[in-house]
Design a protein around this ligand. Structure first.
Ligand SMILES: *Cc1c(COP(=O)(O)O)cnc(C)c1O
Length: 457
């Protein structure tokens, strides 16, 4: 152990950042605006306000304001479970026998078990402040729904969650946590919405997808008095809230006098990665420092590495605005054997633009290799990681093993987004040797691409 660098670097409560950092302000090429699917014109604040809370619409559309004050109520909530520790993975380094120095920021130290609470509490706060009755949302693996139900119960808001059917059935305990926090949970697609009934008629027996669940949640929000829709990833506002992860990390690294060489994060819709890298990418964009930044995605849902950079629907029912992003097409559904999360068809417009401008890299990994890494990590570092987070672990380990060959003492930093306690069905499959990999063929992907809207933008 290096005596100058502790296992865990914590910040004091009064060192928790009081402003979120808006990475867009430092981007030369701004992320493309959301478009109205009817007119193909940029969505106005007024149009968006029918779906989202007004204050969140402002954050969504603001590409210029560098810092947003974190309201005191949210700061106080953050104090209940933040700061999250920056951990030096001494035990993993030893197990790998690598000269590399491995660090991770652990966001799983709260009941929802992931970073999603950072944005859920902000979104619930603005909904409450606007005087709304409640919010609707979708959830895939269940972390977002859990985080949002916690946030809503804290502020006394109703919360209606549409949960992807396959997860609803595989993760009864997630569902019960949400219900314990007072949320109503409906498996999607359901017969409670027009779009759900339509999807069920077209695809009987479907196990659902995030895209379907989003369509249902948006329909309920826009047809219920005093309701708005909230989303746990992909949007600019979510990346803004998640900047707390990177800001805290940066302060902690500065405290111990370390500069990460490579920053690695898993990418589903891009919110944790966008937040993790925000201040580092800001320095890179301003020419103050350089970092290698790597997004990791599942080989079974490869939006960055095999997707197209195009305007696409954010949902299956095509009721949401169009976003320009790396996408597999809104009709894309990962193969049923996929157990590792990160199954959204698209990617944050901010990260998509940065990737397009070659300011970051992306790699895809297969799920059995991800669970190999998860198990190796769990056994030495004491934390049972979420499958999503384990994508980042996989690549961090691979980087550390490369250092072993070259003898380089690189500082490798990755985001450990959550715990895997509710993912034991996936771990069970892995432990029983029943986990398989499926990489979509070009023909599989062509089906999703065929459904891209023809905008030429
Ligand atoms: C939701 C989730 C992710 C992926 O979402 P992003 O928006 O890409 O961050 C990753 N890890 C965990 C634990 C999650 O719950």
């Amino acid at each position: 152990m290096d005596k100058n660098i502790p296992y865990k670097t914590y910040l004091n409560e009064n060192e928790i950042p009081t402003k979120w950092y808006n990475l867009r302000a430092d981007m030369k090429n701004k992320p493309a605006p959301l478009l109205n699917p009817g007119t193909l014109q940029p969505m106005t604040a007024e149009e968006l306000s029918g779906v989202f809370c007004s204050e969140l619409v402002k954050q969504e559309l603001d590409n210029d304001t560098k810092y947003f004050d974190i309201p005191e109520e949210i700061q106080n909530f953050y104090k209940m479970y933040r700061p999250s520790p920056l951990v030096r993975a001494y035990c993993l380094e030893k197990a790998l026998d690598t000269p590399a120095h491995i660090y991770y920021k652990f966001e799983g130290n709260n009941t929802s078990g992931s970073h999603k609470l950072n944005s859920a509490i902000a979104q619930a706060y603005y909904a409450k402040k606007q005087g709304l009755k409640g919010v609707t949302t979708e959830t895939g693996a269940g972390q977002w729904g859990t985080a949002l139900s916690m946030a809503c119960s804290y502020f006394g808001l109703e919360c209606k969650v549409y949960m992807v059917k396959v997860s609803y059935e595989q993760k009864p305990f997630r569902r019960e946590v949400m219900r314990t926090y007072g949320a109503s949970v409906t498996p999607s697609p359901s017969d409670t919405t027009n779009v759900g009934r339509k999807i069920l008629a077209e695809h009987p027996g479907t196990t659902g997808s995030l895209g379907c669940a989003i369509s249902e949640a948006v329909e309920v929000a826009t047809t219920s008095e005093g309701y708005r829709y909230v989303l746990g990833s992909v949007l600019n506002q979510v990346v803004l809230h998640q900047s707390i992860i990177g800001l805290e990390s940066k302060i902690a690294f500065d405290k111990i006098g370390v500069k990460p060489d490579v920053i690695i994060g898993c990418a589903g819709g891009g919110s944790n990665l966008g937040g993790l890298i925000a201040p580092f990418m800001g320095e890179k964009l301003r020419g103050e420092a350089d970092y290698r930044i790597v997004a990791v995605e599942p080989a079974s849902c490869p939006s960055f590495t095999r997707g197209k950079f195009a305007y696409d629907f954010c949902d299956t029912g095509m009721v949401c605005p169009l976003a320009k992003m790396y996408t597999l097409g809104s009709g894309f559904i990962p193969s049923p054997n996929h157990a590792g999360g990160l199954r959204y068809h698209g990617m944050s417009s901010i990260l998509s633009q940065l990737y397009h401008d070659k300011l970051m890299e992306a790699v895809s990994v297969e799920q059995t290799a991800v669970f190999d890494a998860a198990t190796q990590f769990a056994r030495v570092e004491g934390i049972l990681p979420a499958p999503e987070s384990s994508h980042a672990i996989r690549v961090a380990i691979d980087e550390a093993l490369k250092c072993k060959e070259t003898g380089e003492e690189k500082n490798i930093f990755f985001g450990l987004t959550g715990t895997g306690y509710f993912d034991m069905v996936a771990y069970q499959k892995y432990n029983d040797g029943e986990m398989t990999d499926y990489i979509p063929t070009d023909d599989d992907l062509a089906v999703g691409f065929a459904g891209l809207p023809k905008t030429d933008l």
